[in-house]
Design a protein around this ligand. Structure first.
Ligand code: NCD
Length: 372
């Protein structure tokens, strides 16, 4: 009987530093088993009767919803609160009191908070497992797991080991918690070469650079993408996190000449044909934003939507292991009856040019088109 990943049972998930390589592999094996449940093709009631409390005190769409969806797909129920103004914290309640109260209402808690360390403080007072859904510029351990899941699945398909890979991380590496967690999680492997591409004022914190170097990885910092993209097997882009700049940092914000977006021209010129392009999302798609460009959307190297979808099986696996249910996975799998009829909505027929003859499957138009 294997006990790998067993020690996650009943644990808070606060930092990627708590995962061994064996834990990562065990979680990913469970995530693979849950792929069809994640897609809604197969049902399970493994979490029947369990309740997740989703506490999000900072903006979130996919993290909050994918935790919710993962728990619901496993048969559990969810209660949640979003933002300080709708929570008793706005009435002066301490995190310690909130933790003790919510522990009586739920079996596991996911929390996102704008202050680094706040989720760990909260967890000290909780009596059920607490999962860090992002604590300010600190960590985002579940995002790093799903990022790594996306990378390992891609590498498995191309028979490439993670050991020895070159990983480029670009954008706001100073404030981006996803890159802090991902770099530390990748450090579990051997001989990674990290290319950190950011203006000096947004570079990876020196403590993380030193920690990676001390573990024997190669770390190179570059201000421009053309220097850091060649040789990269993975290109992981991030958004500039303006909301985390304090007044002093706003003055120190790099001028626009130091910022860049990663677009098709740059990728064509500098990236390997075999590289994959990732982003934790949301990407800033507004005109003039310095982020991953939407002109890459048709490039097969762009894996950002697969990556976001991977959040469901990975978060499911985490719930299963935190709640000690890994040995029950698969026991009650059944085909989802409604999924038989599940199909992608039909795309609207193009307006121009008007079809010469109506397609045979189409319903008859209300008014016949004029004959030409
Ligand atoms: C990220 C986050 O919240 O840290 N998004 C996410 O969780 N998928 C990245 C970001 O906000 O830029």
């Amino acid at each position: 009987m294997h006990l790998q990943g067993q020690h996650l049972q009943g644990q808070h998930i606060l930092s990627v530093e708590q995962f061994s390589l064996a834990d990562i592999n065990t979680l990913f094996t469970t995530a693979e088993k849950l792929e069809l449940v994640a897609k809604g093709v197969v049902t399970t009631k493994i979490l029947d009767g369990a309740i997740l409390a989703n506490l999000f005190f900072e903006a979130s769409t996919r993290t909050r919803m994918s935790f919710h969806s993962a728990f619901a797909r496993l048969g559990g129920d969810i209660c949640d609160t979003t933002g300080f103004s709708f929570s008793s914290i706005s009435k002066g309640e301490s995190l310690a009191d909130t933790a003790q109260v919510i522990s009586e209402y739920a079996d596991v808690i996911v929390m996102r908070h704008p202050e680094q360390g706040a989720v760990a403080d909260f967890a000290q007072h909780a009596t059920v497992p607490v999962i860090n859904g992002g604590d300010g510029p600190g960590e985002h351990p579940t995002q790093a797991l799903l990022d790594l899941y996306t990378i390992t699945r891609h590498f498995n398909q191309t028979n490439q080991p993670v050991d020895g890979a070159t990983i480029a991380l670009s954008g706001d590496l100073k404030h981006g918690r996803t890159v802090h967690s991902l770099a530390k999680l990748l450090a579990r492997y051997q001989q990674i070469t990290f290319h950190f591409i950011a203006p000096d004022s947004l570079q990876m914190p020196p403590a993380i650079i030193d920690w990676l170097a001390a573990k024997g990885h190669r770390v190179h910092c570059f201000p421009r993408p053309e220097q850091g993209l060649p040789d990269a097997d993975v290109i992981y882009c991030t958004r500039i996190q303006k909301e985390r700049f304090n007044a002093e940092q706003l003055d120190a914000t790099p001028d626009e000449s130091q910022l860049f977006s990663i677009n098709q021209t740059i990728i064509n010129r500098y990236a390997k044909p075999s590289a994959i392009i990732l982003h934790p999302l949301p990407r800033d798609s507004r005109d003039g934003a310095f982020d991953l460009s939407t002109d890459l959307d048709a490039d097969p190297r762009l894996q950002i939507f697969t990556q976001a979808a991977n959040g469901i099986p990975v978060r499911m696996a985490l719930f299963v292991h935190c709640l000690g249910l890994q040995d029950l996975v698969g026991h009650d799998f059944a085909p989802a009856p409604w999924a038989q009829s599940k199909s992608a909505p039909k795309k609207p027929a193009p307006q121009k040019p008007a079809p010469q003859k109506p397609a045979p499957q189409k319903p008859a138009p209300q008014k016949p088109a004029p004959q030409r």
